[in-house]
Design a protein around this ligand. Structure first.
Ligand SMILES: NC(=O)c1ccc[n+]([C@@H]2O[C@H](COP(=O)([O-])OP(=O)(O)OC[C@H]3O[C@@H](n4cnc5c(N)ncnc54)[C@H](OP(=O)(O)O)[C@@H]3O)[C@@H](O)[C@H]2O)c1
Length: 260
């Protein structure tokens, strides 16, 4: 990715920026010339990511009460500004039927997936964006649009996050744009339990015939953060290889299968 997209010299904060989609987003923003601050729970990984990005990082859970403010303060102290916020960190727990969901783990899912993104936007707004403007992107999921086995807590919290994103977009214009991306299945640790056993079959059903890579999502996030998207707010950009439209795909023969 070589285009700066108007991001050169700006400051960006990416939660969950040490691996997977967040790491790809952090690198894309750095490559576009932004100064980047990341957070995640594992302190060694935060140190490594911050150093590789030539930026800064803070270890901790986004759900911890003091973390959003400490993180935005670090960004403002280090870079003197905070133009871009990418709310990417999430949990897919509690996994399983909702009748078995532990209420404390359910609450934690909402603290990480919904409350923390709001608190981070509040901190970014009060600390910088209200006066100077900015762009926020939340990472939702293609799955927020429908139900599925085992993912009741995750899907419900991501549906809430999507609604939150659109509500914030309406409230924070014209200075601050707020959008989301909704990825389909992407090759990361969080989704390994899905793609590792089933990748070939899943890819064969998709119009674009492969699962996603973190960079596929990062390109979309980068564009939404950039001035190229200056008249876009409240949008949800599906980045799913055609997952939503796969029902229209004609059945494909097994690779190697020939006539009769
Ligand atoms: N992969 C997919 O197929 C897929 C599909 C749709 C949507 N998404 C969404 O994409 C986003 C990124 O997921 P991913 O697949 O890239 O996951 P991942 O590879 O597991 O990476 C998650 C990142 O978030 C950090 N993190 C997790 N919990 C955190 C917490 N409480 N506080 C701070 N950081 C935390 C992790 O580091 P630590 O463990 O060190 O905290 C890591 O840096 C999530 O919002 C997810 O819901 C993923």
């Amino acid at each position: 990715m070589t285009s700066s997209y108007g991001l050169r010299g700006r400051a960006a904060l990416v939660t969950g920026g040490t691996r997977g989609i967040g790491w790809a987003v952090a690198r894309a923003l750095r490559d576009a010339g932004a100064r980047v601050c990341v957070s995640a729970r594992d302190p060694d990984e935060v140190r490594r990511a911050g150093a590789e990005l030539g930026g800064v990082g803070l270890a901790g859970s986004v759900a911890d009460p003091g973390h959003p403010e400490a993180l935005t303060d670090l960004c403002l102290r280090s870079f003197g500004r905070l133009d871009v916020l990418v709310n990417n960190a999430a949990t897919n727990q509690p996994y399983g039927p909702l009748m078995d969901a532990d209420p404390d783990v359910w609450r934690e899912a909402f603290a990480v997936n919904v409350e923390a993104p709001l608190r981070l936007v509040q901190c970014a707004w009060h600390g910088w964006m209200r006066e100077h403007g900015g762009a926020v992107v939340t990472v939702c999921t293609e799955g927020a649009g429908h139900v599925g086995p085992g993912v009741g807590a995750y899907g419900t919290s991501k549906a809430a996050l999507l609604h939150l994103t659109q509500q914030l977009a309406g409230e924070l214009g014209p200075g601050v744009r707020v959008n989301s991306v909704s990825p389909g299945l992407v090759r990361t640790e969080m989704a390994r339990f899905v793609w590792e056993p089933g990748e070939r079959d899943i890819a064969r059903e998709l119009p674009l015939e492969r699962i996603g890579e973190p960079q596929d999502v990062a390109r979309a996030v980068l564009w939404l953060c950039s001035d190229e998207a200056r008249w876009i707010t409240g949008a949800d950009l599906l980045v799913d290889g055609g997952t939503r439209v796969r029902a229209a795909r004609a059945a494909r023969p097994e690779p190697g299968a020939g006539p009769g």
